[in-house]
Design a protein around this ligand. Structure first.
Ligand SMILES: Nc1nc2c(ncn2[C@@H]2O[C@H](COP(=O)(O)OP(=O)(O)O)[C@@H](O)[C@H]2O)c(=O)[nH]1
Ligand SMILES: [Mg+2]
Length: 419
């Protein structure tokens, strides 16, 4: 739907994304990075942007947008007041507001901006820029969480990390937009055209509950129905034979992580394919981060320590995924002599820096705050973190394939591999 709207979309129908903040925090640089070109003049001289600069573009997967770069709102020069007036007025035309700030720099000024936006029911998110100059502290990011401000952090002037900075910004933005824009996070329905069909490959093994499907599978079926698509549900064993009976290939295949290697082998290259856990990582809005973390798997060396963390403490099954299978696959895949530690429940170790990689469960019993604070704790200590689903696809050698429906996450993965 978004694609057909794109070219000739009248400006009024486009999603207007405002960029505001203090002088010199890098608003114009951030806009230029999003636009992938120099639209607004940037300079170290405070007050360079004097008017609202608008850029009309296609910001996939969100669709047609207008980026609105504004003058720094703390300009106290004589001309400043008029500029601020214009910036405030521009707020009335915004559908979402990105407040740009520097790491560890949040004051009453930003608070006032948030309040003003919220009074207008304008969704707000924080862009923590210039992370190349200073690392945002855990306390600072926790403060943003307390304010219920989704945030994204990065450097606007580094082409090497631009793709992932952009991708994460878009993920956060998608999360704050009302359904009205058709851009609220979707589980799976957005990946299949209306009238299309998805095949769900669901193993029924000892781990499957008696007499029913598990919630993620049911949610996927419902989301496909809501999007006027149909669903074929099939076990991994019958999958290839069932596929062979179809007149037309499915528009998407989603499988349980544990059978992903086999399902990839049975699925023609032209069919987009992913796993349930990757769908849910995207749904929670942190797929790019998890994809980036997975790049560390290929850098593990003999003697390295890997932490496997689980949100709940269930009774481990004989062939437990976190305690048995993933460690086994890790050793097989890397061929390295690794130390693999496991933790479960609420204790997330203090000595994270001892680990070269954290592989976390999907966090189905954890709050998003709890999960994002763990991601941050790892990020703060420079320890890559990924999740079970993404890691399993990587260890089966099919992660690129399983990320292929999600170009932003795939770009984040490729970028991290190069770094
Ligand atoms: N080191 C660094 N400098 C940046 C970054 N973003 C912007 N800048 C620089 O900060 C200055 C102000 O940027 P500009 O985009 O004009 O800020 P604005 O006033 O908020 O629009 C310029 O010299 C930019 O090159 C960043 O992420 N890292
Ligand atoms: Mg500017």
């Amino acid at each position: 739907m978004i694609d057909t709207l794109a070219a000739g979309t009248p400006k009024a129908m486009r999603l207007h994304i405002g960029i505001m903040g203090r002088m010199n925090v890098g608003k114009s640089s951030f806009m230029n990075m999003l636009a992938g070109q120099d639209v607004a003049i940037t300079s170290p001289q405070a007050g360079t942007t004097t008017d609202v600069v608008e850029k009309t573009m296609e910001l996939l997967p969100l669709g047609p947008v207008v980026l609105m770069d504004t003058a720094g709102l703390d300009d106290s020069s004589a001309l400043g007041e008029a500029r601020i007036g214009k910036a405030r007025k521009a707020m009335q035309r915004m559908d979402a507001l990105a407040i740009v700030t520097s790491p560890n720099d949040w004051s009453d000024f930003e608070d006032a901006l948030v309040n003003e936006a919220r009074a207008k029911s304008l969704p707000v998110l924080a862009v923590v820029n210039k992370t190349d100059l200073a690392e945002p502290s855990t306390e600072f990011l926790a403060l943003l969480d307390v304010k219920k401000l989704p945030w994204v952090a990065g450097c606007s002037t580094d082409a090497k990390t631009a793709e992932s900075f952009k991708a994460e910004f878009k993920e956060r933005l998608r999360g704050v937009l009302p359904k009205l824009f058709g851009a609220a996070p979707a589980l799976v329905g957005d990946l299949v055209p209306s009238g299309g069909m998805a095949a769900l490959v669901v193993p029924i093994d000892l781990g499957a509950p008696q007499g029913r499907l598990i919630v993620p599978q049911v949610q996927a079926i419902r989301d496909l129905l809501d999007n006027d698509a149909s669903t074929l549900v099939v076990k991994d064993r019958e999958y290839a034979a069932t596929l062979a009976r179809l007149k037309q290939l499915p528009d998407l295949v989603v499988c349980d992580s544990q059978v992903v290697a086999r399902v990839v082998a049975d699925t023609p290259e032209s069919v987009p394919l992913t796993t349930f856990s990757i769908l849910f990582a995207r749904f929670k809005g942190d797929l790019s981060a998890q994809a980036r973390g997975a790049a560390a798997i290929d850098t593990l060396k003999d003697g390295d320590k890997v932490l496997i963390a689980e949100g709940c403490s269930h009774h481990p099954l004989e062939d437990d995924i976190g305690r048995v299978k993933i460690p086994r696959w890790l050793r097989q895949y890397t061929g390295k002599n690794l130390t693999v530690d496991s933790v479960a429940g609420h204790d997330f170790p203090e000595n994270l820096q001892d680990y070269k990689l954290v592989i976390h469960c999907g966090g189905c019993v954890m709050t998003p705050q709890e999960m994002s604070s763990r991601l941050r704790a790892a990020g703060h200590k420079d320890v890559p973190m990924t999740n079970y689903g993404v890691a399993i696809s990587a260890l089966q050698g099919v992660l690129r394939r399983a990320l292929s429906p999600f170009p932003a996450a795939l770009a984040a993965y490729e970028e991290a591999r190069k770094a």
